[in-house]
Design a protein. Structure first.
Length: 199
């Protein structure tokens, strides 16, 4: 899969060749209709991260509004079938690290390019802002999916996979924002419950 395609406009459109549905990858500025359906399915499969997404968004601790951050939805004929976000990585004190978060695609829409379209758009959104994207998964199927999208495994307590972006932001030893200064001091960014800086 080519994740370095042309920059997308407000919505990336993916035509799934063997389906009549049109998939749009859109930037979300509020929690979308249909998120509860994704959340319910995710919980049935043992995933709690969409609960955390909803809780953090409604509580104001993470609404993906920082520099370079975004929350994307995959819509099939206007219906939410997938979601994924990009934050500054809260685990290391570097401004050039992004973190892929809360990626979930409805089971009926998997293996149809929807997840790859979300990841591809997140990578394009990260270009020019981050030099590396990181994520953490402990699921074999998810790890295989991310490797298929170009991520490589890493031996790091705060991440399982990373993706190097070419020609992006330069490495900086410490963040300049208020949230980052709390990380440099050794405490977690309040937007990320349970996040602890790795020493």
């Amino acid at each position: 899969m080519n994740l370095r395609g042309p920059a997308a406009g407000p919505a990336s459109i993916l035509r799934v060749s063997y389906m009549s549905d049109r998939i749009e990858i859109v930037r979300l500025h509020s929690l979308p209709s249909g998120l509860e359906h994704l959340r319910d399915e995710a919980v049935r499969h043992g995933f709690g991260f969409l609960d955390r997404l909803i809780e953090d968004w409604t509580g104001g601790t993470n609404n993906f509004s920082g520099s370079g951050e975004c929350l994307l939805g995959a819509l099939a004929d206007g219906r939410l079938v997938g979601i994924g976000g990009l934050n500054a990585d809260p685990y290391l004190p570097r401004v050039d690290l992004g973190r892929v978060r809360h990626v979930y695609v409805l089971e009926a829409w998997r293996r149809k390019g929807v997840g790859q379209a979300i990841i591809g758009r997140l990578v394009r959104e990260a270009q020019g802002r981050f030099s590396e994207l990181r994520l953490r998964t402990d699921r074999t199927a998810a790890a295989a999916f991310y490797i298929g999208c170009g991520f490589g495994p890493v031996d790091d307590p705060s991440a399982s996979h990373s993706f190097k972006l070419v020609g992006c932001a330069q490495h900086s030893p410490a963040r300049s924002s208020r949230a980052a200064s709390s990380q440099v001091a050794g405490t977690a960014d309040p937007r990320y419950k349970g996040a602890q800086r790795i020493r």
